[in-house]
Design a protein around this ligand. Structure first.
Ligand code: NAD
Ligand code: UDX
Length: 463
């Protein structure tokens, strides 16, 4: 089937960038991204592309290139579904916060709503693509809903998980390591796979488009995230041992990363991984393993999360003990709130948990992040439900100017590895701080020698 009309349900961090790149690379395809969130859609349609809701280097230009030509953002979900030949489901699949599987399983209520809506609206055959990260065998549930509530039209379900990382989404989408497409082994299934392969083949070399059965595709996504997160927890575990033994984790990472069997990527020790995917997907993997009675498999992967929680907590504990075991009323400046550089996303950012610990000790937190505003900081803290909105607002402020954020502080904590942090006037910052002036570098980002020469007491992870 020649594809000329695509719809994507969910205009978030995945749906928005992915569809913008498809639209740019496939000018012959009309791409409509729909969402229930009117404010989000209005921001995607904002004339000034600096105001689109997802910050990603290069994304503004890509959106500007196609928007209004073959790329549309809309709240008219039914209309877009009706017109499309391929429907991507790219809605959120957060960890369940209620009922059975609470705190572990993926919450599939948004996925089911999409499936029911597609079934209700569709008047001709469609290919439905799981773009969201889903538990293995979810396609079965989607198929059952579509077949039992639809208008008798044929649906093919494909799994096409997204591997982009935030902060490099555009680059990742333009030249992906691979595109994975899972589908039914039947003839119709294979035809559906081919239709989607043909879309990607407009810019992705064929040998990088991998096709599998649906279950392998669904499970590969969870596996990829588990492996990546496991590397971060492994190096973070070694960082604690380095601190006790006089080894330096940066040197250890370099030494092992030069082994071509290990490789250099994802070996950067840090205050702990964050982001909307790693924790959620591993918890989901643990839950699935347990549900099959595979307790050893579940325990194995759960340890990645346990280690990550420990790393975040250990960072805040160290701040308290180094500042003479009391931080009540002390101002602590946070450089960075996003879970990594080059994104405005803060979901599961280590900064939130470190701040929560320090606020429990009654510290005053002053946040500076180039892309995150005060409203988001407070909303992230409120989400933890540790204390009231008023209490959070009393102890947490945020600044548009980094020098103001740091002035009069007792300590600075680097939580995100934004490049600009390296180039500040650190002498000026030092002069404006209480003495002794401490820097706790949760990203091993700053030039240790330079910072120490200025007079800071500087602590990094793993040395
Ligand atoms: P997101 O929260 O940024 O976006 C999801 C959007 O879906 C929201 O705007 C929400 O309003 C919308 N939505 C929910 N239900 C809807 C419905 N019934 N109809 C219309 N719109 C609806 O989420 P995200 O970060 O884009 O993630 C989406 C999926 O992709 C998740 O399953 C996630 O695990 C996966 N994923 C995310 C990343 C990432 O880096 N963020 C990478 C790979 C995969
Ligand atoms: C991740 C996967 O990389 C991506 O393939 C998937 O599609 C979605 O989940 P993302 O969460 O956007 O992407 O960013 P990623 O670069 O993986 O970083 C995740 C977290 O790990 C960040 O907090 C990052 O700072 C941290 N990290 C990463 C480290 O602490 N050390 C590293 O060496 C690498």
């Amino acid at each position: 089937m020649k594809i000329t009309n695509i719809c994507c349900i969910g205009a978030g961090y995945v749906g928005g960038p992915t569809m913008a790149v498809i639209a740019q690379k496939c000018p012959h395809i009309k791409v409509t991204v729909v969402d229930l969130n009117e404010e989000r859609i209005a921001r995607w349609n904002d004339e000034n592309v600096d105001n689109i809701p997802v910050y990603e280097p290069g994304l503004g230009q890509i959106v500007a290139h196609s928007r209004g030509k073959n790329l549309f953002f809309s709240t008219e979900v039914d209309k877009a579904i009706d017109e499309a030949q391929i429907i991507f489901i790219s809605v959120n699949t957060p960890t369940k916060t209620y009922g059975s599987g609470k705190g572990m399983a993926a919450d599939l209520k948004y996925i089911e709503l999409c499936a029911r809506q597609i079934a209700r609206v569709s008047k001709n055959d469609k290919i439905v693509v799981e773009k969201s990260t889903l538990p293995v065998r979810t396609a079965e549930a989607i198929k059952s809903i579509l077949d039992n509530t639809g208008n008798g039209v044929q649906f093919q379900i494909l799994s096409n998980p997204e591997f982009l990382a935030e902060g490099t989404a555009v680059e990742d989408l333009l030249s992906p390591d691979r595109v994975l497409i899972g589908g039914d082994t039947s003839q119709e299934g294979q035809r559906a796979i081919q239709s989607l392969v043909d879309v990607y083949a407009n810019w992705v070399p064929r040998e990088r488009i991998l096709t599998t059965n649906v279950w392998s595709s669904e499970l590969s996504k969870l596996t990829a995230n588990a492996f990546l997160a496991q590397r971060v927890s492994s190096i973070n575990a070694m960082s604690e041992l380095c601190e006790k033994t006089g080894a330096n984790v940066n040197e250890v990472a370099k030494a092992i990363g030069m082994d071509s069997r290990i490789g250099p990527k994802f070996l950067k020790a840090s205050v702990g991984f964050g982001g909307s995917c790693f924790q959620k997907d591993i918890l989901n993997l643990v839950y699935i393993s347990k549900s099959f009675g595979l307790n050893e498999v579940a325990d194995y992967w759960e340890q990645v999360i346990i280690m990550n929680d420990h790393q975040k907590r250990r960072f805040s504990k160290n701040i308290v003990s180094t500042l003479y075991n009391t931080i009540a009323d002390k101002k602590i400046a946070f450089l960075g709130w996003a879970f990594k550089k080059d994104t405005n996303d803060t979901r599961e950012s280590a900064a939130i948990y470190v701040a929560d610990d320090l606020i429990n000790e009654q510290a005053k937190i002053a946040v500076y992040d180039p892309k995150v505003d005060y409203k988001q900081v407070i909303s992230d803290l409120n989400y933890l439900e540790t204390r009231s909105d008023d209490q959070n607002k009393k102890l947490v402020t945020s600044y548009n100017d980094v020098y103001e954020a740091c002035a009069n502080s007792h300590a600075i904590a680097v939580l995100t590895e934004w490049d600009e942090f390296k180039n500040y006037d650190w002498q000026k910052i030092y002069d404006s701080m209480q003495k002794p002036a401490f820097v706790f570098d949760g990203r091993n980002l700053l030039d240790a020698q330079k910072i120490k020469e200025i007079g800071f007491i500087y602590q990094e992870i793993g040395s």
